[in-house]
Write a protein that binds this ligand. Structure first.
Ligand code: PLZ
Length: 447
């Protein structure tokens, strides 16, 4: 079943290559980029975008590529959905900025009302808007520390929370995110999480391991917050075993520890529900959001318990651009599109299609150690056959081969051995199935 009601695609939804990849125009731009853009900014693919809509990105050479990455889980409603584009045009024609801290506007309040309604839990909530996921995470930690009067924060193995100084400290992986960029923020403690493929633990046991380590190494009376991605993103699309999150939440609530769910990557219909926390009825004290929230406009948010957020003194939270009016218009448009196209339902159906195909492939291909995911957040983890030894070279080669055929596939994982599928949720069935065909053929050609 395709998206219903179908979005009005502007560009043909097909894969079509007219040059080798990268084509001559992309190559010329790459050369210019090398002498103008700092080397520290990477790009997953060496093709430059000219247009994008639905499930395709058209490059500057006229190639139409299948997008299975959504600009890292951002363009869930597509990169130019009319709900977003019209709202943004309308807002830009009136005012681009006043600064909510100077002259407030309704769009910000409407986004906050939407987030209170959409996020888990029916308690009284407050919201603050920012620009990036990292900024939301930083502010969630600020609120938790101020509200509890405590300092320590627990983060997990394989965690990714951003690239600013505090969020680098929370992020697990050294290269490329942290190496030689310290010193890092203090009072961050790292705990093992739940990685069923690698630790074999059931969720409750994995959670008890964490709780016991916290009690021994930190003490609940020193711990301000636990921050966790309900499904870990950059770290490898790791879905924790059932029971892990609810057990941690119960302990946090019983011990005056703020439970922060970082739903920057998992939020907004991606996993088949509005938030991944919904899956086990987890109600976070604070939830961080960004990426899919605004159809590509830079916006992030924290929404949380009113009794925590309202403890912060006026002026204690903010930023010049946070909740920019154009970004708010984009968010209201994106949320409308998600409802109109039933994108949570669509994410579930994408997951059903992709997971069943990939699991069938796993029977045939012993280099596939694990296939996992929920909704349209799906991963294939590659290993040396018969072991759990990560095979990063194979993941990289599959992505490179798929690109040659016109499919944008991203890798991830602490060990770099995971291919992740994050298609726009408005991708058509035909395009998704073509993308999966290319992935399968790429893998078969390499083993
Ligand atoms: N929290 C869970 O996934 C961003 C970053 C890719 P920003 N993930 C993609 C890269 O290499 O920079 C992310 C996330 C989770 C926080 C963030 C940070 O969000 O908007 O990139 O700051």
């Amino acid at each position: 079943m395709s998206v219903s009601p179908a979005p009005a695609y502007r560009l043909p939804q097909k894969r079509a290559l007219v040059t080798e990849l990268p084509g001559p125009k992309s190559q010329a731009l790459t050369a210019r980029r090398r002498s103008a853009v700092a080397a520290g900014v990477g790009s997953a693919v060496p093709v430059f975008a000219a247009d994008a809509d639905g499930g395709v990105i058209v490059d500057v050479d006229g190639n139409s590529l299948i997008d299975l990455g959504s600009g890292i889980a951002v363009t869930s409603v597509g990169a130019s959905d009319p709900h977003v584009v019209d709202a943004v045009r309308e807002q830009a024609g009136h005012f681009t900025h006043t600064c909510f801290m100077v002259t407030p506007y309704e769009g910000y309040v409407r986004v906050a009302e939407e987030l209170a309604a959409l996020t888990p839990g029916d308690h009284d909530k407050r919201t603050v808007l920012f620009n990036s996921g990292a900024e939301a995470v930083e502010n969630a930690v600020k609120v938790a520390r101020l509200a509890t009067g405590k300092n320590a924060v627990v983060a997990f193995d394989h965690a990714y929370h951003g690239r600013t100084n505090l969020t680098m400290a929370l992020t697990a992986k050294s290269l490329p995110y942290k190496k030689h960029m310290g010193p890092f923020a203090p009072e961050i403690y790292r705990m093992p999480g739940s990685y069923p493929f690698r630790d074999g633990l059931d969720g409750v046991t994995a959670a008890k391991r964490v709780i016991s380590q916290i009690e021994v190494q930190i003490g609940a009376d020193e711990l301000a917050a636990i921050i966790i991605e309900p499904i870990q993103g950059e770290g490898g699309f790791i879905v924790p075993a059932k029971g892990f999150l609810p057990t941690l939440v119960d302990w946090a609530k019983a011990n005056g520890v703020v439970f922060i769910a970082d739903e920057v990557q998992t939020g907004f219909a991606r996993t088949g529900q509005w938030f991944a926390s919904n899956d086990e009825e987890v109600v976070p004290d604070i939830i961080t959001m960004a990426k899919g929230i605004a159809g590509g406009l830079p916006l992030s948010a924290i929404t949380g318990r009113a009794d925590l957020l309202d403890q912060v003194h006026p002026g204690g939270l903010g930023g010049t651009y946070g909740g920019n009016p154009i970004a708010c218009a984009g968010a209201l448009g994106a949320i409308e599109a998600m409802r109109a196209y039933d994108l949570p339902g669509r994410a579930t159906s994408i997951g059903d299609t992709a997971l069943s195909r990939l699991r069938a492939l796993q029977h045939d291909v012993s280099a596939i150690g694990d296939v996992r995911g929920r909704g349209a957040m799906i991963a294939v983890e590659f290993v040396t056959p018969g072991t759990t030894e990560p095979d990063a070279a194979l993941a990289k080669a599959v992505a490179a081969k798929a690109l040659e055929e016109g499919v944008i596939l991203l890798t991830c994982g602490s060990y770099g051995n995971v291919i992740r599928l994050l298609p726009p949720l408005v991708i058509s069935d035909e395009l998704l199935s073509d993308g999966l065909d290319v992935l399968e053929a790429a893998l078969r050609s390499l083993i």
